[in-house]
Design a protein around this ligand. Sequence first.
Ligand code: SF4
Length: 291
Amino acid sequence: MQIIRARVLGMCMGVRRADKLAREAAQEATRTDCRVYTYGPLIHNPQAVAELEALGIHVLDAKAIEAGTGELPDLRNAVVLIRAHGASLAALSRLQKLGAHIVDATCPRVIKSQRLARHYEKLGWQVVLVGDPRHGEIAGILGHTSNTLVVDGPETALRMAEKLKDHPCVLIAQTTIRQEDYDAVIEIFQSHVKNMIAEKTICPATRERQTALTELCGQVDALLIVGGKNSENTKRLHASAVDCGKPAWHIETASELKAEMTKFTRIGITAGASTPDFIVDEIQKTLSNMA
Ligand code: SF4
């Protein structure tokens, strides 16, 4: 059996950078005897979070910090790493007041969206974020401004665009949404709002993994999609693989490999943007030993 990896797969630049900074902080902490926390889970992947936990990197409840509620550990002499999604100004300030030393691993693309939101709000424009209101990135950008709105699809976009028709509006997309979904919202705003701008904030990482998967589909008989069951972009990769018409499985670890996956001449492997390399390597090695 031949195992072929997708041309682009696994951790994106922002997650890779956050993971590296967390490991460096953990190493430094062994010298300086301080504790290391991440602001919410660093990565949407339970195995990667467990691996970081084993290195002494613990997870703080980001939603509680964002809401200003909940008990927090003593953060004096502690490092808190801000994940790639970023955090609101209020959350950063709460962490600082509690004595934490902040290491900011916010993805540069998310920082750009936060800056754009602040810039347009200062100019008096209505900032409208397009994405999932429960997502950490959206919560973070909301907390960099005071009057930003969120639309999660065409229905809310239509209601909002009708109300905002005489107000200058800027649309800022969550970095990980699909271009088609953003385009649908842009079209609605363009037809209702006289003065509007749609900023290009969608990250190419998701599209690159989707394109590489489409190429891979043409070269193999079946597909393994590796990543957390809680990872939206991994779920989307799996849905695309199923659409290709080839047998496709979404697995998190090598323990989910089954004998039926070894009956193909060529099997392709891809992985979501939050899947660490060691998991993909382990799956490839185990599958090859099973064949
Ligand atoms: S998907 Fe893109 S924007 Fe999001 S963390 Fe990765 S590189 Fe940054």
